[in-house]
Every structure is written in C-alpha cells, then in structure tokens.
Ligand binder design. Sequence first.
Ligand SMILES: NC(=O)c1ccc[n+]([C@@H]2O[C@H](COP(=O)([O-])OP(=O)(O)OC[C@H]3O[C@@H](n4cnc5c(N)ncnc54)[C@H](O)[C@@H]3O)[C@@H](O)[C@H]2O)c1
Length: 384
Amino acid sequence: MGDHMLGVAMNGVTGRMGYRQHLTRSILAIREAGGVRLPDGSRIIPEPVLVGRSEHKLREIAERHGIERWSTDLDSVLSDDDVKIYFDSQITHAREAAVRAAIAAGKHIYVEKPTASTLSAALELAKLARDAGVRSGVVQDKLFLPGLLKLRRLVESGFFGQILSVRGEFGYWVFEGDWQPAQRPSWNYRAEEGGGMVLDMFPHWHYILEHLFGPVRAVTAKVATHIPRRWDENGEPYEATADDSAYGIFELDGGVIAQINSSWNVRVARDELVEFQVDGTHGSAVAGLRSCRAQHRSATPKAVWNPDLEDPGRYRDQWEPVPDNTEFPNGFRAQWENFLRHVVLDTPFPHDLISGARGLQMAEAGLQSARTGRTIELDEVTLA
Ligand SMILES: NC(=O)c1ccc[n+]([C@@H]2O[C@H](COP(=O)([O-])OP(=O)(O)OC[C@H]3O[C@@H](n4cnc5c(N)ncnc54)[C@H](O)[C@@H]3O)[C@@H](O)[C@H]2O)c1
C-alpha cells in the first residue's frame, strides 16, 4: 500500500492562475494536507516541478515555498520519468506547442481553459492525447464553487420542475490602466495574444451550461470593444484589439434558453461578480460564486404592474438562502484532487480535452455569430 509520488510539471506558475490557484491553493495545499487519500489508505502526493521562462522568478517562487525543482527547459523536465503529469496555465497562445510536446513525452495532461487558441487545435490535442493513451483534463473550476454546487443540488432534486431559462450577469469594471493600474493582464485585451471576453469566458459558460442544464445547440452573440485604448503593465498605451464585452444567447437541449452578459466595462450592482438566475415551472434560484437563494412556486408573490403607486414588494427579501450543509474546499483544489485520482485509479473525470474543445467550439461560434449577425448551430464534436 505504497504512496503514489507523482511528479507534476507546472508551466505558467509565475502567472496569476498558475501561482495563486494551482500552485499555492491546490498542489501545495494538497501536500500540506498529506496528499490525496485513496480508499486503500494510500496517498497521492504531487511533487511540483516549476517550469517557465524566467529563471529569477522561478527561483524566487521555489525558495519562497521550499520547492526543490524548477527549470526553464521544458524538454528536460518532460524527459524525466518521475514527472507523470504536465500542467499548463500559460497564456493561451503558448499552450498548444507545450501540450503537444508533453503528450509526445507520454505525460498525462491537465490544462487551464481554453485548452488551445482554436477549435481545430483543441480537437487535435484531444486526439493526440487519446491516441497516446494519456489521461487528460481541463480546468472547469466554476463547477466546484459553493454557489454552483448548491445550484446543482437544486437541479438534481427536481426543485425547478421544467427549467425554462437561465440568465447570467458577469463582469466588473477593469481599470483602463492610466489613472489606476488595470487589475487584469494587458494580453487579455489583445486579440493577437489570445485575449478577448468570448475566448476567455464562453468556455466557462459552456461547461456550466453543459454540466448543469444540458448540451448547448446554438449560439447568437454580439460582441463589442467598448474601451479601445488601454495602458499596459509598464504604463504604456496600447490599442485594445479584442472584444471586452459579449452578449450571448445560448439554446440548450429541451428548449432551455440561456442569456449571459459578460463585460469588463460594467459596475457591479449585484451581490456577487457573477450571478445566474434559473427560472423553472416550480421554482427559481439565483446562484453566485458562494451563495444561492431560491423561491418556490408556493412562495411566489403575485407581482402586479402599477407604476403609479409605490411598489410594496420587497422582492429581494422574498428568497430563501440554500444552506451549505457541507464544507466547500477551494474549487481548483477539489478538481485537482479529482484529476489526481483519475490519473492513479482511472476514476471518472468528465472534464477531459473533448469537453474543453466543446467550450472552444462555443467560443468560436460566438465570434462567428457576432461577425455574421446569424445564429450558429453547434454540431456534435467528435474525434476523427
Ligand atoms: N479558470 C479560470 O478561472 C481562469 C481565470 C483566468 C485565466 N485563466 C486562464 O489561465 C491562463 C493564464 O491566465 P493568467 O490570467 O494567469 O495570465 P498571466 O498573464 O497572469 O500568466 C501567464 C503565464 O504564462 C506565461 N507565459 C508564457 N508565454 C508567455 C508570453 N508569450 N507572454 C506572456 N506570458 C507568457 C507567463 O510567464 C505566466 O506564467 C489563460 O489561458 C487563461 O485563459 C483561467
């Protein structure tokens, strides 16, 4: 009943997601907890090997956290037999080449979304992973958030009756970078570097819709670059070439209509930075990152339209919080633990590279819809 020591090459740990969510809150947190315990009592202990472009940044992170191994040479890390998993949270454009090399070296693959810059590249990676017999996964962290886990509980309990529609509001004001520094990287606003709201957020919306409500069949979207000039990390002005807002309508199996607004140019008048309202014949709910509140048909007030009178309805007060009933670990960590179990025990892991490719398919369809003004149907994604 020996423990499973798994070397994990982590490329992109100097970035926001790679450092905060994947290295410190997931891999190092799992190690501090003694690993992932398996049913036979053994443990999976991930052993990070940091990979990146900047020697001094990697050394600094490694020293800060007492990590022994780091390298700027991906090929040499991939040639190490103790490294079983390749993880990639680089800027999206850099992902494909590195993942190809990792698959060729026989590593299991776990990557940030989007899995590649284009649908055809994403499908190619999924095919290469399948043919090489390695396991693959894509980060779909929002599914593991407390608010969405509570929403899932409502869906699975039949609370909604027939689900009719989903409305999502996502976004906040990202400073332009001149009089206050921007709080997101400048590549996010440059199409030529893989930036853009659709490419960034539609993959998230896709897996949320697919996993909670069913397959997405058609997309209609409008995009905009509302703020065409921004200032980068060095205070230099640049032209924002990517879409910074997207307004999408998604048609799901069973006639469910989802509408999601995504914008870096809105000021927040919600309880959370993202909220989804689900309306069904028997009940409705509003879920955010952490909270979820619901209103059953039996508790639905009879709203009457009369602008001549002060409205006595205190609508926000008429919702019941859905209780936690359990503890919710960090979503990225929860998914890492599932992926590590999947690698060692082959437990089910639905967040594979094909699921990631479907996310890109929806992003590309969204951009195509915005370009053409048409609704784009989504064909079944299959690997040749
Ligand atoms: N799951 C989520 O919620 C979530 C949230 C934000 C970003 N992401 C994804 O994570 C990935 C990284 O995003 P981030 O916000 O951490 O970005 P970031 O700019 O903070 O980090 C990018 C990382 O890529 C590396 N890199 C490699 N080649 C590069 C190049 N040519 N130019 C710039 N950086 C390069 C950087 O060194 C750095 O480690 C993206 O694919 C993004 O879509 C996911």
